[in-house]
Design a protein around this ligand. Structure first.
Ligand code: OGA
Ligand code: NI
Length: 350
């Protein structure tokens, strides 16, 4: 059989049967992970303890957040308030979901990115010329009651566990948005207020073991379209962040989440905080699961740099204001690319 001639849509349904990856997963030599050049040791991104966010040391924590957001665009958090059991249950039921028979999983398969609950593969199968070694379930989860009926009904506890996780992570995100508003010297409800009705999506990324991880990506380098992303990963490494001209791996720490600034926060902060390039690589030995929560404005919300952060002298607006839907349509119209989607939203310089 020709290597690319697999009839299976999902990577998880053929990964363990091949010793070479199909040709439509192979990246050109100029675009490979070069895993031996990745920085894997030492401290990668800051770890911030949120324990004291609501105590007398709030100012200090807010400063740490400001520094992490401006220098790295990425940080990890501990004592984040999401109960350990909620996290453990989420990882367990997500793994159970992907371990179900192909026929059960494929019930949810769709290539239509406008669907609010769907299973798919790669990033955007309609646009990707080279596929990614990833399957994913993606769902909308705020308000929970608007979407829960569409979520997978198998495993049995999927809906209950996911609803609890989504609600708890949202509460964490609202706390982070307040603290980040403060860190920009904005009123603490500034960011929350401009997001309209707010929107929250989750992805469940499943990366099966891969016989040739040097030739492909789980997800190629990209910036998130979000305001903020809060990612739960299992204990298998794979996430890498671009920092100081190098790819740096973010090694898993139990009971933490990884937070990153998305494109909308870059706009709101008028480039004070940067949406940073990151990617996921795969490995030969172990499957990997990551569960990012993507936090967005509602589609009608108008996003632009905060007025308080722009002035005529030394801080002109870098971006114009735009209805979020304009950005969203652009994002899904293409394959995942390292080029920022934000170039189209720059303020005109005359
Ligand atoms: C994403 C992402 C990284 C990971 O889903 O946007 O960057 O480690 N995931 O799975
Ligand atoms: Ni991402």
């Amino acid at each position: 059989m020709e290597a690319s001639a697999t009839s299976k849509l999902l990577v998880s349904d053929f990964a363990s049967t091949v010793s070479h990856i199909p040709s439509n997963y192979v990246r050109p030599i100029s675009d490979r992970p070069n895993l031996s050049e990745v920085k894997t040791s030492g401290d990668s991104i800051p770890l911030i303890d949120l324990q004291e966010l609501h105590g007398p040391n709030r100012t200090e924590i807010v400063h740490k957040l400001a520094n992490a957001c401006s220098t790295y665009g990425f940080f990890q958090i501990k004592n984040h308030g999401v109960p350990d059991t909620t996290v453990d249950n989420m990882l367990t039921v997500a793994r159970e979901f992907f371990h179900q028979p192909e026929s059960e999983r494929m019930k949810l398969y769709s290539a239509d990115s406008t669907k609010t609950t769907r299973l798919s593969t790669s990033f955007n199968v309609n646009a990707d010329k080279i596929l990614n070694w990833r399957d994913f379930l993606r769902l909308h989860c705020f308000p929970v009651e608007d979407y829960i009926q569409e979520w997978p009904s198998s495993p049995d506890s999927f809906r209950e566990v996911t609803a609890e996780f989504a609600t708890s992570v949202r509460a964490l995100i609202l706390r982070l948005l307040e603290a980040i508003s403060e860190s920009l010297s904005l009123k603490k409800d500034h960011i929350s207020n401009i997001l309209g009705q707010h929107a929250q999506h989750m992805a469940f990324n499943y990366y099966p073991p891969c016989p040739e991880p040097e030739l492909t990506y789980g997800l190629p380098g990209h910036k998130d379209p979000t305001v903020i992303t809060v990612l739960l990963q299992d204990q298998v490494s794979g996430l890498q962040v671009f920092n100081d001209d190098k790819w740096v791996s973010v090694n898993p720490i139990p009971n933490t989440f990884i937070v990153n600034i998305g494109d909308q926060m870059q706009v709101i902060s008028n480039d004070k905080y940067k949406s940073v390039l990151h990617r996921a690589v795969v490995n030969t030995a172990k499957e990997r699961l990551s569960i990012p929560t993507f936090y967005f404005p509602s589609t009608d919300a108008v996003i632009g740099p905060a007025n308080e952060l722009i002035n005529e002298q030394d801080s002109l607006a870098v971006y114009k204001s735009f209805p979020f839907v304009e950005y969203w349509d652009k994002f899904w119209d293409r394959s995942l690319a390292t080029a920022s989607c934000l170039d189209a939203f720059k303020a005109s310089t005359t």
